[in-house]
Design a protein around this ligand. Structure first.
Ligand code: SF4
Length: 301
C-alpha cells in the first residue's frame, strides 16, 4: 500500500519495494541499490531524471518534488542477502538518486541499508553530493571493518555561485569538502567525483586543478571525472538551464550534443586538461576505487 506524505514542499510516496538489489548490465559494477526514486537536489544536468518517466512522471517538473521512499528496503535487502543465490558481489549505492538527499534525514533508509550490508559482509560503494553522509560514519566504519566500503562525494566545482545554479539544493562546495575531511578522519575510504564536467562552465584547467588540490588537502584518496552526457530528459533540463542562465552557450551545445554523448574530440580535450590539472597530487585515478577495480568503477551521471 502506498502512503503519501507532504514533507516541506515535496510530496513523498512511501512504497514497498519488491526487490532492492538491482542487477546492472553494461556498467563496471554488478548490482545497485537506490533507496529513493527522484531527487530533491534537482541538478540541472542530472542523468537520472529519465528514471521518473518509467513511472509516467515528469523528469523535469516532478523529479525534485514528487519523491518515492522504499520504506521496506532494509528488510527486503536482508532477505535478498541471505538468499543462497546471492554470491556476494560488490554493490553500488546511489546510481539513480542521491541516497543522502534530505529525505534520508527523516527515513534513515540508506543508514539501515548500510547496516544490512555490514551484517551480510557485502562490500559497497556509495556516491552522494550531500554532507549528510557524515551522520553515518559509525555504520560506514562497521561496513568498512566487515567487508569494505568507499564513499565518493561529487564536487564538480569550487565556485559556490555556479554550484548553486547547477545543483540548486546541494550544500556548497566547502561543506562537501568538510564532509570529505570528516570521513577521511574517521578512517573511511573517501574520494571525490568531478562529475559531470560541464563544457565551458567547469572545464577550465585552473578550476579543475583547484578541485583536485582541495580534494587532496581534505584527505580524499582518489578522484575521477566524467564529461556531461545528455539523454533526452537531461537534455531538456540542461538546455532549459542554458537558455535561462548562459544563453551564449546554447549554440555550441547544440553542436556538441547532437547525440547523447559529447564528441570524442571534446572528451579527449577535457581529459587532457584533467590529466594536467591532477599532476602533482597523490590522488589515485578511478581505477583504484577499491581492491578489485574491474568490478567497482563508478561511472555515473
Ligand atoms: S545528479 Fe545526483 S544529486 Fe543531482 S539530482 Fe541527480 S541524483 Fe540527485
Amino acid at each position: 500500500m502506498e502512503v503519501k506524505r507532504r514533507i516541506g514542499r515535496i510530496d513523498c510516496i512511501e512504497i514497498e519495494a519488491k526487490s532492492v538489489l538491482n542487477r546492472v548490465r553494461g556498467m563496471p559494477f554488478d548490482w545497485s541499490i537506490n533507496p529513493y526514486r527522484g531527487c530533491y537536489h534537482q541538478c540541472v544536468f542530472c542523468y537520472a531524471r529519465r528514471t521518473h518517466t518509467f513511472l509516467e512522471k515528469s523528469g523535469i517538473g516532478d523529479w525534485g518534488s514528487l519523491l518515492y521512499a522504499k520504506v521496506n528496503a532494509p528488510a527486503v535487502l536482508r532477505r535478498e542477502l541471505a538468499s543462497p543465490r546471492w554470491r556476494g558481489a560488490h554493490v553500488a549505492i546511489g546510481t539513480a538518486t542521491d541516497p543522502y538527499q534530505p529525505l534520508e534525514g527523516h527515513y534513515k533508509i540508506t543508514r539501515r541499508v548500510l547496516a544490512e550490508l555490514a551484517r551480510a559482509r557485502t562490500e559497497a560503494h556509495l556516491i552522494t553530493r550531500s554532507p549528510l553522509v557524515v551522520r553515518d560514519r559509525d555504520v560506514l566504519q562497521e561496513l568498512s571493518r566487515a567487508a569494505g566500503v568507499s564513499v565518493c562525494i561529487s564536487l564538480p566545482t569550487l565556485d559556490a555561485d555556479l554550484a548553486r545554479k547547477i545543483e540548486p539544493t546541494v550544500a556548497p562546495p566547502r561543506q562537501r569538502l568538510r564532509a570529505v575531511r570528516m570521513l577521511a578522519d574517521a578512517g573511511i575510504r573517501v574520494g571525490v567525483a568531478i562529475a559531470p564536467i560541464l563544457p565551458h562552465l567547469t572545464d577550465d584547467e585552473i578550476g579543475l586543478r583547484e578541485v583536485f588540490a582541495a580534494a587532496s588537502a581534505a584527505g580524499a584518496y582518489m578522484a575521477w571525472h566524467t564529461v556531461l552526457n545528455l539523454n533526452e530528459v537531461a537534455r531538456e533540463s540542461y538546455f532549459g538551464f542554458l537558455r535561462a542562465e548562459f544563453p551564449s552557450l546554447v549554440a555550441a551545445h547544440e553542436v556538441y550534443y547532437r547525440r547523447k554523448y559529447a564528441p570524442k574530440a571534446l572528451v579527449e580535450d577535457i581529459g587532457a586538461r584533467v590529466a594536467r590539472a591532477r599532476r602533482g597530487n597523490t590522488l589515485r585515478p578511478r581505477e583504484t576505487i577499491a581492491a578489485q577495480p574491474q568490478r567497482v568503477q563508478l561511472k555515473l551521471f
